[in-house]
Write a protein that binds this ligand. Structure first.
Ligand code: GDP
Ligand code: ZN
Length: 341
């Protein structure tokens, strides 16, 4: 009998899927592998799939249902992208107070959320490390820079912000935790689950080894809320996303800098890059202090990055080919003028 299930974990060549009867170890059918042309044709965590139960906890995945939202990262050197998770409603971008705290990083994650159709929210963790006054300053900085985005301030140490976080999570919705390793994603998820399921690592251990050891992604189901229901929401942990910030930021970049986009209507040239052109309305606004110089710089950097990452392998090859042709032509014309080589 075919039925609907959700992919909740990913292993090498197999998946853990869950339906209302339980969990199954599932593989894709040979036919599906045959038609797969890219990694996106394979199941990913968060996917709703049609499975055929084989008994003894085994199943076959026959079909991937259309994805509502996708979080993905594109590789810089391959014409391929990696799906991090699908069918996510809200992406919690987690940053912690500490040496890595950085407002610009939020922007990169928001761009990815925006491109994937996912609502972002901010979790500011480890607020025990600063005073109340410092926290208020940080919060207003975030609010000014990112108006309209929800912020939840938390501390595992001092048990702060959990009731707000819990009430933010709605039944049957899916949440994803994104952020650098060490910010406290596992600790937060464990706190939500009410037990230590997700592996957390001591920060000193982490820095000694220079690498975070968690390698699998997994979906977790929160206990039922007093209001009833099967669960109070589903969360996905995402280790190993340190470099995700660069992928597919095209539209997102524009969204978070729509001030700049609006200004560019006033540029003299339609294809203005806002870097060096005369009559550039954006550069003028920077000079006049109408837009923040750092925000401008961030915009330029992000734009360059996302353009580079958007360039496919084919485009790169075309470029190389053009260059080859150019060299050939140049050599030929040199010969015509009596030069050898
Ligand atoms: P992850 O890599 O994002 O999953 O981070 P972890 O949950 O593994 O946490 C990394 C380190 O930060 C661990 O040593 C935690 O004990 C510590 N940590 C997590 N939350 C807090 C917090 O609110 N305050 C402080 N001071 N430390 C925290
Ligand atoms: Zn311009």
């Amino acid at each position: 009998m075919d039925n609907k299930a959700r992919v909740i974990a990913e292993y090498k060549g197999a998946y853990k899927v869950k339906n209302n009867k339980g969990e199954f170890l599932a593989k894709v059918t040979g036919k599906q592998m045959f038609v797969a042309s890219s990694r996106e044709d394979y199941p990913a965590i968060g996917d709703w799939v049609i499975i055929n139960e084989l008994g003894e906890g085994q199943a076959v995945i026959k079909e991937i249902l259309p994805r509502k939202t996708i979080i993905k990262r594109k590789y810089s050197n391959k014409n391929d992208s990696q799906i991090i998770a699908t069918n996510i409603d809200v992406g919690f971008v987690v940053e912690s107070i500490g040496r890595d705290y950085n407002l610009n990083r939020f922007e990169r994650y928001f761009a990815i959320m925006h491109d994937g159709g996912i609502k972002p929210a901010i979790i500011l963790n480890k607020i025990d490390l600063i005073s109340k006054e410092e926290l208020l300053v940080k919060l207003s900085q975030i609010e000014n820079r990112f108006p309209g985005i929800d912020i939840i301030a938390t501390s595992i140490m001092e048990e702060k912000g959990f009731s707000k976080l819990k009430s933010y999570i709605e039944k049957d919705k899916t949440y994803c935790f994104l952020g650098s390793s060490g910010v406290g994603k596992s600790s937060l998820i464990n706190k939500l689950l009410g037990k230590n399921i997700v592996k957390t690592e001591d920060i000193s251990l982490y820095s000694n080894r220079g690498k975070h050891i968690t390698t699998t992604r997994q979906m977790y189901f929160l206990p039922a809320t007093p209001a009833g229901g099967d669960n109070g929401g589903i969360v996905i942990d995402n280790p190993g996303m340190r470099e995700i910030g660069m992928a597919d930021a095209g539209d997102g970049v524009d969204m978070f800098f729509d001030k700049i986009t609006a200004l560019s209507e006033g540029c003299r040239y339609g294809d203005c890059t806002h870097i060096h052109e005369n009559g550039c309305a954006v550069l003028e606004a920077v000079e006049l202090g109408k837009i923040d110089r750092q925000q401008y710089q961030n915009y330029i950097n992000l734009k360059k990055e996302s353009e580079y990452y958007k360039m496919s392998e084919l485009e790169k090859k075309e470029k190389d080919k053009d260059f080859g042709k150019f060299i050939k032509k140049a050599k030929k014309s040199l010969k015509e003028y009596g030069h050898k080589n």
